[in-house]
Write a protein that binds this ligand. Structure first.
Ligand SMILES: [Cu+2]
Length: 176
């Protein structure tokens, strides 16, 4: 009886040590591998040099510059659509849209070679082929913005609530 109880105790002890040892090894290897990869990254950054890193950062910043285009809807007349510019450089463009009128409007951006005044119309709506972004309906007196990535080319800005395109709510827009 004492013999077997000692044996059980020994086995239990071995088991415990085994689990503990495995745990230690696992922890040790995982923490050492992550710290070594962090160290590698630091070493790479150090080797790459500060000058190179700075140049890359500057280039990246230029590439991600965002152009802002402010568009006023419904002012000065009910069906006005007035952007503060009709050109932008290729890249990200944020349209900040202000419905300054007295009824709901929206801003839709289409990439199309068709001149703004010549879009096909069905049931009082311009066909939105090439839609790359829009505000959705905006109640009078509200503002909304959205950002799209624009490639070189011709675009049309319009409001496409029923009859509004035909009422004159459109502008050509060029990205160069
Ligand atoms: Cu409108």
């Amino acid at each position: 009886m004492p013999k077997s109880s000692t044996l059980i105790r020994s086995l239990a002890l071995i088991g415990a040590v085994g689990v503990a040892a495995t745990g230690v090894v696992a922890c040790g290897s995982s923490s050492s591998s992550s710290s070594s990869s962090a160290a590698d990254t630091m070493a790479t950054m150090a080797t790459t040099g500060t000058a190179t890193t700075d140049t890359t950062a500057t280039t990246a910043k230029k590439a991600t510059e965002v152009t802002t285009v402010a568009v006023t809807l419904g002012k000065p007349s009910a069906f006005s659509l007035v952007p503060d510019t009709t050109t932008a450089p290729a890249g990200k463009v944020t349209f900040t849209v202000d419905n300054a009128g007295t009824m709901a409007h929206e801003l839709v951006v289409l990439k199309t070679d068709t001149p703004a005044k010549s879009l096909p119309v069905k049931n009082g709506l311009a066909v939105e082929t090439g839609n790359i972004g829009e505000t959705g309906d905006m109640a009078a007196g509200t503002s909304k913005s959205f950002t799209v990535t624009m490639e070189k080319g011709h675009y049309v800005l319009l409001c496409n609530l029923p009859g509004h395109y035909q009422g004159g709510m459109y502008k050509d827009f060029t990205v160069s």
